[in-house]
Design a protein around this ligand. Structure first.
Ligand code: AHM
Ligand code: MG
Length: 335
């Protein structure tokens, strides 16, 4: 076996985190440990997904409706609990907030020593679960900022640049984890025989421009005019191709690798759009920014938006800088 391939197999996620700090500082060790726990969550969810169709009572709905008014699937509940479980007795994360929970969840034995908060979407693209198509998880790590006096996590209501780390897991043909600590974007592939995430690509850069446009055109007549104008522009010009899977993580992963733009605009009825800032759009914006791309709500850099509540939504335009700016120019011209 050539030596370099052995080195490569040994570049696990936790080692990679330490390498980026170039020190064994307490912060480096904390983040390495946090990323290992997130990796464990990814392995548990990945394992359950790969067998879901063979097990009774794993797929389908629970009959409940979550804080967002969406029907909850059994996999949403399982994945939400996995992230809580992996951080129990870790002393690392005191508080978790997710799409599936109205209020933040505290792990009492980790508080107040756990200096970090985890914000996450346990299952992104829930509609794909029951039909065995790609789905994802999204995560963001923030520093715990003092006391959460009102129990509403108002101290978490800060802009996206305050994220310490962010990333996603894509459950596709292979399970991939992509993350950033603010020093570039790196991807890892789960080697099922080792049960480890192994480095696959370092310092990923998104192309300045790309062919993909990814949006739910079924909403065309619900959008404001500039989004319709942009879509008409794409239809009239050569070199564009449409891709939309119903799971943000997969669509954005394609755009990260090949370039292009993903759009989830607001609609006339819901001007704020569908996607949530703290655990969907801001972590993805952090990653794409680190890869040299751009994310916007149409008028502002998405990383500058300060949420006014935990489950706040934002429109999302994200991807290659040139393509995002082109969409923004349609909005500017219209205003
Ligand atoms: P979810 O987290 O409840 O699954 O919702 C988020 C998903 C995104 O992954 C995807 O881009 C979008 O919702 C799809 O919505 P639509 O079906 O309206 O196109
Ligand atoms: Mg989601």
């Amino acid at each position: 076996i050539p030596e370099h391939s052995l080195d490569r197999d040994c570049t696990t996620l936790s080692r990679h985190v330490l390498q980026q700090f170039q020190s064994f500082s307490p912060e480096a060790q904390d983040l390495s440990a946090i990323m290992s726990r997130i990796a464990l969550a990814a392995k548990l969810i990945s394992r359950r997904l790969s067998r879901a169709g063979l097990m009774a009572g794993v797929l389908g709905f629970t009959g409940e409706v979550n804080v967002q008014g969406e029907s909850v699937k059994k996999m949403d509940v399982y994945a939400n609990e996995v992230f809580i479980s992996v951080f129990k007795q870790s002393g690392l994360v005191c508080r978790l907030a997710s799409e599936e929970m109205e209020n933040p969840y505290y792990i009492p034995e980790n508080c107040p020593i756990g200096r970090y908060s985890l914000l996450y979407d346990p299952i992104d693209g829930s509609s794909n679960v029951d039909i065995n198509l790609n789905i994802g998880s999204i995560f963001s790590i923030r520093q715990q900022q003092g006391e959460d006096l009102d129990g509403q996590a108002s101290d978490l209501l800060q802009d996206g640049r305050q994220q310490i780390a962010a990333g996603y897991i894509l459950y596709g043909p292979a399970t991939i984890l992509v993350y950033s600590l603010g020093h570039g974007v790196h991807s890892f592939i789960l080697d099922p025989s080792l049960g480890e995430f192994i480095l696959s690509q370092e310092n990923i850069k998104i192309p300045e421009h790309g062919p993909v446009y990814s949006t739910n055109e079924g909403n065309f007549w619900q959008w404001e005019e500039p989004f319709r104008e942009y879509t008409r522009y794409v239809h009239r010009h050569e070199g564009y191709t449409a891709r939309y899977s119903g799971a943000l993580v997969g669509d954005i992963h394609r755009i990260l690798m090949q370039g292009g733009v993903f759009l989830y605009p607001g609609t006339v009825k819901k001007p704020e759009g569908k996607l949530r800032l703290l655990y969907e759009t801001a972590p993805l914006a952090f990653l794409i920014d680190q890869a040299g791309g751009r994310a916007s709500d149409g008028t502002r850099n998405l990383l500058d938006i300060v949420p006014d509540k935990l489950h706040m939504r934002t429109p999302l335009i994200i991807g290659s800088t040139e393509d995002v700016k082109l969409v923004e120019s349609f909005i500017q011209d219209w205003k």
